[in-house]
Design a protein around this ligand. Structure first.
Ligand SMILES: Nc1ncnc2c1ncn2[C@@H]1O[C@H](COP(=O)(O)OP(=O)(O)OP(=O)(O)O)[C@@H](O)[C@H]1O
Length: 359
């Protein structure tokens, strides 16, 4: 049986650190776990895998309890249907890829897993006869993910599986995580430092701060909440989900319909017309005007309403906007905010440079 992950009152104490978490993650969704270094991301995943014994709390997956402090229930790691992939693949060096997968399948008592089919699905069918030292870093991590899936887990935990990889290998593993998001019928939790990349794929974001769950929910929402550190960082960005309307290969641009309007953005041919895209809109690439501007090089002008503002760095104002129903951020100088009279309820136009956008 697979299903949602529910964590209630999970607690673990170390000198100088305390983890306290309540979490819900749906089956079949990709949840990115983010937070500053030391905020407890790895500790949380290790608790869920049973590798750390939390002092209190209840963990259920698909309604099945894996631990419950009140009932003195604690399933050890091998009795949890969990797949755990860490930064280093940690494959058995003497065994082939097939041998590694078979070992994992046997250890989890999942004799029924069709390893050939699994390997084909994960694009490693041609590697089954190789040993770990004959693989690239990206291939090793793909195999590590296949090994985690060979045990037919009900929960998949990915702890920075791309951080030790060069960009090409990381892209390769990211593509696989994207496929898993679309096909896995279990909750997938993914710790990543590379938020920019991870949030291209995330259904949900779990944001940890000092061992606590500061917020969890749709990334579009959390990234633009002015009370969280995500929006106030100089690199803050919003995510707009849209659909490609047309390509202009000659101009290197695509037109994308988003909530509240349309955006032109740089196009490298990756997204076909009609396909869904997630556009990252950095807060510092957004300027504001009271009304549409004529005679400008700016291609994008979206009607917006300000929903909240916050002062940052003493010199800038961060404005949370609504384009249609979609939240957006603008980071403008305090002086401009004052001159325009920007405050909650203000209506105007968001001016966005195409070159600042990424799909
Ligand atoms: N084995 C350990 N023994 C004692 N303290 C530890 C241990 N592992 C981690 N810690 C401490 O627990 C806290 C949480 O660490 P954790 O590794 O979970 O954070 P993290 O968010 O994953 O960090 P990073 O992003 O740097 O990997 C930190 O204060 C860390 O120093």
């Amino acid at each position: 049986m697979s299903g949602a992950l529910a964590v209630r009152g999970l607690a673990l104490s170390r000198p100088g650190f305390r983890l306290a978490a309540d979490i819900d993650a749906p089956a079949g969704g990709l949840t990115v776990v983010a937070g500053a270094s030391g905020s407890g991301k790895t500790t949380l995943l290790r608790c869920l895998a049973g590798l750390e014994a939390a002092e209190a709390g209840r963990v259920t997956v698909g309604g099945e309890a894996w631990q419950d402090g009140a009932e003195r229930l604690f399933r050890p790691p091998h009795r949890r249907r969990v797949g755990y992939v860490a930064q280093e693949a940690g494959l058995l060096p003497q065994r082939t890829v097939r041998g590694n997968l078979a070992y994992a399948r046997r250890r989890r008592g999942r004799g029924g897993t069709d390893l050939e089919a699994l390997a084909r699905r994960l694009g490693i069918g041609h590697l089954l006869g190789k040993r770990p030292h004959q693989l690239s870093g990206g291939e090793r991590q793909r195999v590590a993910i296949a090994r985690a899936l060979a045990g037919q887990p009900a929960l998949l935990l990915l702890d920075e599986p791309t951080s030790a990889l060069d960009p090409a290998n990381a892209e390769n593993v990211l593509a696989l995580i994207g496929e898993l998001r679309d096909t896995a019928r279990m909750p997938v939790l993914w710790v990543s430092h590379d938020l920019e990349r991870a949030l291209r794929l995330a259904d949900r974001l779990l944001y940890l701060a000092d061992g606590r769950v500061a917020a969890q929910g749709p990334p579009q929402e959390l990234l633009t909440r002015l009370d969280l550190g995500l929006a106030t960082a100089p690199t803050a960005e919003a995510l707009l989900d849209g659909r490609v309307v047309e390509h202009r290969p000659g101009e290197g641009l695509a037109r994308v319909a988003v909530d509240g309007g349309e955006l032109w953005l740089p196009e490298d041919g990756r997204h076909a017309a009609g396909s869904a895209v997630r556009v990252a809109v950095p807060a510092r690439e957004v300027a504001l005007a009271r009304s549409p501007v004529a005679g400008t090089s700016l291609l994008n002008q979206l009607p917006v309403r300000a929903t909240a503002t916050a002062e940052v760095d003493g010199t800038h104002t961060l404005v949370r906007l609504a384009a249609g129903q979609a939240p957006l951020l603008a980071r403008i100088t305090r002086r401009s905010a004052a001159e325009l009279g920007v405050a909650a309820g203000w209506r105007g136009v968001a001016l966005v440079k195409s070159a600042g956008l990424r799909a």
